[in-house]
Design a protein around this ligand. Structure first.
Ligand code: G1P
Ligand code: ZN
Length: 542
């Protein structure tokens, strides 16, 4: 029987950069998850009788919210739900399943790289039929519905068994519990030269892959240990846990410190990588060689043709605006377009659908291609391994060669976390107020060439997104970018992105901190970060 439950709106259900993310305790309030799910369903048109994909990264509350979603999907007229066994679906695997099943859309339960557990974070993200995150017009509609919602529909029924593969019914809706890994692993095998990678591993090439006790464990064990023959134990922290074993599953140099230290040790493996909570991010570290995500995007784009799935070449490259310009030089050399989009994967979907770009990436450890409509951590690892298997060089040698060809974009992101929201807003307002006066003025970073607030016009549908980050550009091509995070669950996070380009004949082997020191000083001068935030240094540098 379908119940219609009266409810009142919550004022804080506007989706951010990547869906709705809140503390678990917020989601545990009566009606909170239900309100949001109903707001999603109320924003859809034509979903009656259609398929919904449901799965998550296994974090605390995953199973409970899956039951709510299934009962509400049945009550709201979906014809079929596809659920990952155990409630598990990595974000890229969910994207693939949406695409191949002809689903209307999918609900992915994840807060990505944010920690999990009763006192940590949870999230719900809606993806549309192309497998990608809902575009802004959909998320705006969800936000509007959430502000006026007065009822939701849910089926009164027993919980569904989501642990056994097979089909069942929930009211008028069919439920299929599917293997979350197999189809995704097949997709990877179709894109990359598995025999070449397997042969290299059999020849003694060593790997360390850290799944950070989050969703990629089962995927990584199947792909790297079973299909590619890496020894058992290659995948570290391979069992998804509701609290990620107290890891913060963010693959950066702070939270993947153990992997970093292992890769810098005298007996380091040849290749190391880490994935985030829901499997869309990646961190690449070669033996004694950290690769920035921006550089990784550039190297993958420059060498993608070495993998069978990309042998025909790339149609274009897309990167988020704060991501370094390293990929721009590759695009230029390849003679293909480069698109600069606002932060967030949702902006890449239209370009991929239109066949304008093949590879996309963000400085925040996200790279992916047109094989799905999400970034994909395991995909990035496999493309790297395919390139290494063909070129038979170390990661360090490949990076040195890349910089000698294209020059080097020294790059770092400084995050000031947990600052007061009003102070963060005041900093941005003050900075915005002086943009007009900055061009032509000198500071520690050099002479400012231009300063603006990034706005994006989507070339496929002309939709406009404004205020996507303040850019200070210097005469020599250096950049400082300021923006506020749209994924946090507490206070505000200021992100400062700092970049300096050195040509192929310049100094290519500086320590990043040294190369960027003048620009770091300039960021302080221009934005008075310490004055506004009370912090004299960032909480995280990546
Ligand atoms: C962050 C990253 C962004 C990424 C998003 C979702 O968003 O900066 O590149 O797409 O997480 O993974 P932010 O918190 O900066 O809004
Ligand atoms: Zn993620």
């Amino acid at each position: 029987m379908i119940s219609t439950v009266s409810t009142t709106p919550f004022s804080d259900q506007q989706p951010g950069t990547s869906g709705l993310r809140k503390k678990v305790r917020v989601f545990q309030q009566p009606h909170y998850a239900e309100n949001f799910v109903q707001s999603v369903f109320d924003s859809l048109d034509g979903h009656a009788g259609q398929t919904l994909v449901v799965g998550g990264d296994g974090r605390y509350l995953n199973r409970e919210v899956i039951q709510i979603v299934l009962k509400m999907a049945a009550a709201n007229g979906f014809g079929r739900a596809l659920v990952g066994q155990g409630g598990i679906l990595s974000t890229p695997a969910a994207s693939h399943l949406i695409r191949t099943s002809g689903a209307f859309g999918g609900l992915i339960l994840s807060a990505s790289h944010n920690p999990g557990g009763p006192d940590e974070d949870f999230g719900i993200k809606y993806n549309v039929g192309n497998g990608g995150p809902a575009p802004e017009k959909v998320t705006d509609a969800i936000a509007a519905h959430a502000l006026v919602i007065d009822r939701y529909k849910i089926l009164d029924a027993r919980d569904v068994d989501i642990d056994a593969i097979g089909t069942s019914r929930l009211g008028d809706m069919a439920i299929e519990v599917v293997d979350p890994v197999a189809a995704y692993a097949d997709l990877m095998e179709s894109l990359f030269d598995f025999p070449a990678i397997r042969a290299q591993i059999a020849g003694g090439f060593t790997l360390a892959l850290d799944s950070m006790s989050a969703v990629t464990g089962p995927y990584a064990v199947e792909i790297f240990e079973r299909r590619l023959g890496a020894p058992a134990g290659t995948v570290l922290n391979g069992t998804p846990l509701p609290d990620f074993g107290h890891h913060h599953p963010d693959p950066n140099l702070v939270h993947a410190r153990a992997l970093h230290d292992r890769m810098m040790a005298p007996d380091a493996p040849d290749f190391g990588a880490a994935s985030d909570g829901d499997g869309d991010r990646n961190l690449i570290i070669g033996r004694h060689c950290y690769v920035t995500p921006s550089d990784s995007l550039a190297v993958l784009a420059a060498n993608a043709h070495l993998a069978p799935g990309y042998a025909a070449g790339l149609k274009g490259i897309a990167r988020s605006m704060p991501t370094s310009g390293a990929a721009d030089r590759v695009a230029e050399k390849l003679g293909i377009p480069l698109y600069e989009t606002p932060t967030g994967w949702k902006f890449f979907g239209n370009l991929l659908d239109a066949g304008m770009a093949t590879i996309c990436g963000e400085e925040s450890a996200g790279t992916g291609s047109d094989h799905v409509r999400e970034k994909d951590g395991i995909w990035a690892v496999l493309l790297w391994l395919n390139i290494l298997a063909v070129r038979k060089q170390s990661v360090a040698a490949i990076m040195a060669d890349h910089w000698a060809t294209y020059g080097r974009n020294y790059y770092a992101r400084h995050d000031y976390e947990g600052i007061d929201k009003d102070c963060a807003d005041a900093l941005m307002v003050a900075l915005r107020g002086k943009l007009g006066a900055l061009p032509g003025t000198p500071n520690s970073g050099g002479t400012v060439k231009s300063a603006d607030d990034f706005a994006y016009v989507d070339p496929t549908d002309q939709s406009v997104s404004r205020q996507q980050g303040i850019r200070i550009l210097f005469d020599d091509g250096s950049r400082i970018i300021f923006r506020l995070s749209g994924t946090g669950t507490q206070g505000a996070t200021l992100r400062v992105y700092i970049e300096r380009y050195v040509g192929p004949k310049g100094e290519l082997a500086l320590a990043t901190g040294d190369a960027l020191a003048p620009l770091i000083a300039a960021a302080q001068e221009v934005a008075d970060i310490a004055g506004h935030t009370g912090m004299d240094r960032p909480s995280v540098i990546t």
